[in-house]
Design a protein around this ligand. Structure first.
Ligand SMILES: [Zn+2]
Length: 118
């Protein structure tokens, strides 16, 4: 797990989110757009993060995520998953958890599991 130095919390583990989501968390601003839980696989390991629709739609034509729905996104293509992962900024886990709590959001892995259950 990677470590980050947070202005508010000092040395902390980090999590990842789409750039827009990281901006919202940094500014403590409630989501102004629909957020989707994303699952991707890197080297056989699943990872989950929150993203905005615009971020997912920004990926090049011809390499769309599969299982695209309005409630969740499952990226099965490993090359695309790696490209996406490289674009995710790290966020202090404490800031992230506070933001989830303040905005009634769950962890992305739990939200993803619920979205695909139906
Ligand atoms: Zn923090």
């Amino acid at each position: 797990m990677a470590v980050i130095i947070c202005e508010r919390h000092g040395r902390q583990y980090c999590v990842f989110a789409a750039p827009r989501v990281a901006e919202l968390i940094g500014a403590s601003v409630p989501p102004d757009t629909k957020l989707l839980p994303v699952r991707l696989e890197l080297m056989g390991e699943p990872g989950f993060f929150w993203c905005d629709e615009e971020f997912i739609r920004s990926f090049p034509a011809g390499t769309p995520p599969t299982d695209w729905s309005l409630e969740s996104v499952h990226v099965r293509d490993e090359d695309l998953a790696f490209d996406i992962y490289l674009k995710l900024p790290p966020i202090c886990i404490k800031c992230f958890e506070e933001y989830l709590g303040q905005n009634g959001l769950r962890r992305a892995d739990i939200a993803f599991a619920d979205a695909v259950k139906e």
